[in-house]
Design a protein. Structure first.
Length: 514
């Protein structure tokens, strides 16, 4: 089973307008193609063609480094994860430069091996520079350098060596007990940077606003850990933090005293602690045969093809929507929210933003109203704000058709069936009523879909989704709702309405299995 991603993104209110970019990185992004030409041919046969290629690479590097925020990690805490993110950025730069050059000049003046050499030199230069910087920092800090369960979401106060050590301990010893959310530090120059991959989102004085902002994104803060002594904080800061944690019922611990250990009284072994982001699944129905069908493997392959095709076909619309979001609510254009995915694992659902940030970016004052503008209402009505979820499908977190992922607090009591499959971009519940049906009806429709999933049913849901968005809007399908509710009540398989004629002494369209 794949290891869950332990890092949460920053709330929209704390996302920077522009990420930090190292000048040397961007310069090397423009110079590395020149080095690739020299390495291959030993000379420059077409200066104009090489210059065009280098200029394209320069601007592509600037955009990609902004997107990946490759310069945000603190150098002395640079990790393998940070290196992997930089490696992915280099792959994307080389690929986009080659594609843009092909569209402009058909690569007539560049040998086909240049993109490969470009990538190798770019990655070697950027990663090599960071390795040397890390080694220099390690030499300076030699004494220090030798030194879908119940998960608690943790905020760390103070970006210190102890905080870095604590994140490492959590990742190695307790990834199923704790999930680091973010780090707070009084040092202004550290804001929007990261420590071991975890974002530094603000100061301890912003704790209440940050807790509220993460709650809006579906993440409840359970614990605040001070990675220093209370006297190391700004005057009065510790008292404010302590008072706020008592007010919000958040556990507060001083890391030098407690580390990650807990008294038995804090969490008795004979008590099961419920947490909204982790779910114990105990199936009510025996769905082994249904879930073992080859259909689900083929469905994943079909989802990938459909999502890739849709992403390409809808890319012009996505660009227009990005522009509308920029005009309406500004940067960032994409909003994330933590939902519950397959087998209870955390799912980070992406949407285009339709609301202003919860807190003003400059004053950090909470906004009195959170209502979408005309543009936001249009995007919500047409479901164009859901376009970024194509990435969720491509990454394997979601499917094109399936139960819609819900917020942890909105999960029904009998959720074991709906979490057995990947959540969907659309689903049977959405085309049979959407916002007009109750939570109980929605859960019954989702469970009915899982038991009857087929290629024909998926195609029917996709067609009905398109028709609903373009013409009819949400409408209740009373027959489908009745079938799903009866199916759940009997605990037996109920046939599709179109599969057979109604049986005697049964409601129309329902055929009980033998």
């Amino acid at each position: 089973m794949a290891k869950a991603n332990l890092r949460l993104k920053k709330p929209s209110s704390y996302a920077p307008l522009a990420s930090r970019v190292a000048v040397l990185d961007v310069l090397w992004g423009g110079i590395s193609p020149l080095a690739a030409f020299l390495l291959r041919d030993g000379t420059i046969y077409s200066p104009a063609g090489v210059a065009r290629y280098c200029v394209i690479s320069f601007f592509v590097s600037l955009l990609v480094f902004q997107w990946f925020q490759t310069s945000s990690p603190i150098s002395r805490f640079y990790s393998l994860r940070d290196a992997f993110e930089l490696f992915k950025a280099c792959v994307l730069i080389a690929a986009l430069t080659a594609v843009a050059s092909f569209l402009w000049t058909r690569l007539e003046e560049a040998p086909r091996s240049i993109p490969i050499l470009h990538f190798l030199l770019l990655a070697a230069g950027l990663l090599g520079g960071r390795v040397l910087l890390r080694l220099r920092q390690s030499y300076r800090d030699a004494p220090w350098s030798q030194a879908a369960k119940n998960v608690d979401h943790v905020l760390i106060i103070q970006a210190s060596r102890l905080a870095w050590f604590f994140t490492k301990m959590v990742e190695e010893l307790a990834p199923d007990r704790y999930r680091i959310v973010a780090i707070l530090d009084d040092e202004p120059k550290l804001k929007h940077r990261s420590l071991n991959g975890y974002p530094i989102v603000g100061a301890p004085a912003d704790l209440e606003k940050i807790v509220a902002d993460y709650a809006m994104h579906g993440v409840r803060i359970d614990k605040v850990v001070l990675a220093a002594q209370p006297q190391d904080l700004a005057p009065g800061s510790w008292d404010d933090v302590s008072r706020l944690c008592r007010k919000l019922d958040i556990v507060l611990q001083i890391l030098p005293e407690r580390l990650i250990s807990e008294d038995v009284a804090d969490r008795p072994e004979n008590v099961v602690v419920a947490h909204p982001t982790a779910v114990a699944i105990a199936p009510q129905y025996d769905l082994t045969k249904s879930l073992d069908r080859p259909f689900w493997t083929l469905k994943r392959a079909g989802d990938l093809v459909l999502a890739l095709f849709s992403a390409v076909a809808l890319s012009p619309i996505a660009v227009v929507v990005c522009g509308l979001v920029l005009i309406d609510v500004g940067i960032p254009v994409v909003f994330w929210q933590q939902r519950v995915g397959r087998n209870g694992a955390p799912l980070y659902l992406y949407k285009f933003r339709t609301l202003q940030t919860l807190f003003d970016r400059q004053t950090k004052e909470r906004r009195l109203a959170q209502a979408p503008s005309a543009i936001g209402r249009f995007l919500q009505t047409t479901r164009l704000d859901e376009l970024p979820q194509l990435w969720n499908i491509i990454s394997g977190d979601m499917s094109s058709v399936g139960p819609r992922p819900l917020l942890p607090a909105d999960q029904p009591d009998d959720l074991e069936v709906r979490l057995m499959v990947r959540p969907g971009l659309t689903g049977w519940a959405q085309v049979c009523g959407g916002k007009l049906i109750s939570a109980d009806e929605k859960n019954a429709l989702d469970a009915w879909y899982i038991r009857h999933a087929s290629l024909w049913l998926d195609l029917k849901i996709i067609v009905r989704t398109i028709w609903m968005l373009s013409a009819t809007g949400d409408r209740r399908d009373e027959k489908a709702i009745s079938i799903a509710m009866l199916d759940r009540s009997y605990g037996e398989v109920v046939a599709l309405p179109h599969a057979a004629a109604p049986a005697r002494n049964e409601p129309d369209g329902i055929v009980k299995s033998a």
